[in-house]
Ligand binder design. Structure first.
Ligand code: URA
Length: 266
């Protein structure tokens, strides 16, 4: 079967990836081909004597390929941004991260940029990738309810009652895997700039990825609830709402963390 030329168009490629993701999500592990394959034949076929190697041209001296340091490129792109819109455009134009190729959207942020509280999550999931906004799926709905319980809402025009929400990774990792340390390091200059431009009074990190990014530490169950500092700001690590959906008993500790945040803001 030849390659459908539409697949090579960017939107065709994304549609193919989405179809593939969907099949993995519903549990497909193998596929049936049009023509039957007798797998018992394969070793026999593989044992055929190899065809003689064609004569090779003399090897060319190795070419110097200029090395690009993606973290340095990210730093330059982020430093050039003097407004949030600049930063959004810089991220959308940044092509060093492989995750971008499989994502439908660059998920930048949501909420009120004047908010006192900035919530830093991990990475978009399927719903966020589709809508282009952070925390809009089930975990996001729980996050909204959690903060509403202490009087904070992402859409509030009042900075004292508002939230600003963003993620370490602006692109969905395949099958929602954890971002790799190199991917987190590449996004750190953007996260730093994002926080500098919003200039919140307090940062709340959700889950391990933002702790790795801002604090250089993992182990959210140990870190949660303990105020610390990063980038000159108070930071409160909390367990991720997706974890709370899987472990409802942990909501009790999350509530204690929310009360601690509320006390800090008064
Ligand atoms: N989980 C996150 O950390 N961020 C989102 O935007 C959605 C789910």
């Amino acid at each position: 079967m030849g390659i459908d030329p539409d697949i090579l168009a960017p939107e065709g490629w994304q549609a193919a990836l989405a179809a593939f993701d969907w099949q993995v999500d519903i549990g497909v592990t193998d596929w049936v081909q049009d023509d039957p394959v007798n797998r018992y034949d394969l070793p026999e076929r593989l044992e055929r004597p190899a065809a003689p190697e064609p004569a090779r041209a003399a090897p060319r001296p190795p070419q110097e390929t200029p090395k690009v340091d993606p973290v340095e490129l990210a730093r330059q792109a982020a430093q050039g941004a003097t407004t949030l819109e600049d930063l959004r455009a810089a991220l959308a134009a940044f092509d060093q991260c492989e995750l971008k190729k499989g994502a439908r959207n660059t998920v930048f942020a949501d909420g009120n940029p004047a908010a006192r509280v900035l919530v830093l999550g991990e990475a978009p999931g399927r719903d966020e990738d589709q809508e282009g906004l952070p925390f809009v799926g089930r975990a996001g709905q729980l996050l909204d309810r959690m903060f509403e319980a202490i009087g904070l809402q992402r859409q509030s025009p009042d900075p004292a009652r508002a939230l600003y929400i963003t993620n370490v990774m602006p692109w969905r990792p395949p099958q929602n895997r954890d971002p790799e340390p190199e991917e987190i390091a590449m996004m750190r200059p953007f996260v730093e700039r994002h926080i500098a431009l919003v200039d919140p009074d307090v940062i709340v990190t959700m889950g391990n990825t933002p702790c790795l990014c801002l604090l250089g530490q993992k182990g959210i169950l140990r870190l949660r609830g303990h105020w610390t500092q990063a980038l000159g700001k108070p930071v409160l690590p909390m367990t991720h709402p997706a974890y709370l959906l899987r472990n409802p008993a942990a909501k009790r500790e999350a509530w204690a963390d929310l009360l601690s945040l509320k006390a800090r803001l008064t």
